[in-house]
Design a protein around this ligand. Structure first.
Ligand SMILES: *Cc1c(COP(=O)(O)O)cnc(C)c1O
Length: 425
């Protein structure tokens, strides 16, 4: 479906039924798959034939949906994971191990920051966090001989900084490593990172893609553009034989387009089992079918709320990339001229307590540890998702005590603004 526009891909990519087959994606609710001979199954284990044998690694329902997301992003291969956290972990751990180093944007989502800065450090992987506005020189200085990737978010949650794709991709490629981009907030409807030099894209499908707050999930897509063999010494996991898989060299056997996802499936999914359930993949696909319609309304509501907040005397500052005058407006226009997301961050004039009191008065926006679904919600990151960070880490990732993150759902624009207006008092 690569010749079609994003709206058509949202609806029809991935599952293409044959004559007399179900129109809707079948939910293959089966842990295992039957074979006539052990030899046939053996060929699957050797990755000589493609097919399914155990849902801890792969399931047809998931693969239909992963293929749709890959097509939406303009990539060559994709996989679903049990969560966005698992997707981000796999995307890095697939090419970095003990003794390696990653350059990451400091404003990334708190959960990802903690995964990198605490848990993956325990695995012996080192991280350097750089400002989203780092100069070329500052970025360059962050690299080490053992750097294996650069990681950033298209639109950071909740700091709403916009990734400077050109600068980050150039720096990554100059050092012979891929740029991995978490595209959760923009979705491929608003931004396709591969068009701007990213090599691997990840998603928390839990957010807009599912769009209804129904299922936690993640996805990884490979652009098929990064030449692992050209930097073979940096990526031995892809460019030398995998003894745990009968001596297969992924980059040779599966080429640019397939190596990354095949390795992540054969090794990481096999060993960690962080797969999305076929039921959730089915629900995710229902969300994807309307993603292009919903993003329009999320963005319209986000922009209207940002405009209202900007003019309110009760508000200290507003951050929304598509709002003229925003610090990231020019970058947003360059990379996502059609819209950014439905999330707006702002500072209530006053203290942390004033921010919490404002939230308590909202009637349509609910207080939730969530963003980016059909129902409007809000969150005070400093006392919830980012609670584990130190004061300095909060500053570094762009979160102040009076920051409230508003996620505009699909409700009527005027109703949302009136709700915020009454709560500001
Ligand atoms: C929510 C989120 C994640 C984590 O995803 P889960 O599905 O909750 O595991 C990662 N990145 C971004 C940008 C997110 O918003």
């Amino acid at each position: 479906m690569s010749e079609y526009q994003i709206e058509t891909k949202c609806v029809q990519s991935g599952y293409r039924p044959g004559n007399g087959e179900p129109r809707q994606i079948p939910i293959i609710q089966s842990t295992t798959f039957k074979y006539e001979t052990s030899a046939a199954m053996g060929r699957l284990f050797d990755l000589e034939d493609s097919g399914y044998f155990y849902t801890r690694l792969q399931n047809p329902t998931n693969d239909y949906v992963a293929a749709k997301i890959a097509d939406m992003e303009g990539g060559t291969a994709g996989m679903l994971t049990s969560s966005g956290q698992a997707a981000n972990f796999f995307s890095v751990f697939n090419i970095a191990s003990q003794g390696d180093h990653i350059v990451a944007c400091a404003t990334i989502y708190g959960g990802t920051f903690n995964l990198f800065n605490v848990t993956m450090r325990k695995m012996g992987i080192d991280f350097t966090f750089v400002s989203p506005d780092a100069t070329e020189e500052e970025l360059d200085a962050a690299f080490k001989p053992n750097t294996k990737a650069v990681f950033g978010e298209t639109i950071a949650n909740p700091a709403l900084t916009v990734l400077d794709f050109e600068k980050f991709a150039n720096a990554a490629h100059a050092h012979g490593v891929p740029l991995i981009v978490d595209n959760t907030f923009a979705t491929p409807v608003n931004c396709r990172p591969f068009e701007f030099g990213a090599d691997i894209v990840t998603h928390s499908t839990t957010k807009y893609m599912d769009g209804h707050g129904a299922g936690v999930g993640g996805a990884i897509v490979d652009s098929g553009k990064f030449d692992w063999m050209a930097h073979a010494d940096k990526f031995p996991g892809l460019t030398t034989p995998d003894e745990s898989y009968h001596g297969i060299t992924y980059a040779e056997k599966f080429g640019l387009g397939g190596a990354f996802i095949t390795k992540a499936t054969a090794q990481l999914m096999r060993d960690f089992g962080s797969i999305q359930s076929p039921q959730n993949a089915f629900l995710l696909n229902l969300g994807l079918e309307s993603l292009h319609c919903r993003m329009k309304q999320h963005c319209a509501n986000g922009l209207a709320l940002a405009r209202f907040l900007k003019d309110s005397p009760k508000v200290e500052w507003v951050s929304y990339p598509s709002l003229p005058g925003d610090r990231y407006y020019d970058r947003a226009m360059k990379y996502m001229p059609g819209g950014s997301c439905g999330v707006v961050s702002f500072g209530v004039k006053g203290s942390r307590e004033d921010a919490e009191a404002f939230m308590g008065r909202l009637k349509v926006f609910a207080i939730e540890t969530h963003v980016a679904d059909a129902r409007s919600c809000c969150l005070h990151p400093a006392s919830s998702t980012h609670r584990q960070l130190t004061e300095q880490e909060l500053v570094d990732c762009g979160i102040s005590g009076n920051l409230v993150r508003m996620s505009c759902g699909l409700e009527n624009t005027e109703d949302l603004i009136r709700d915020v207006e009454q709560a500001l008092g």
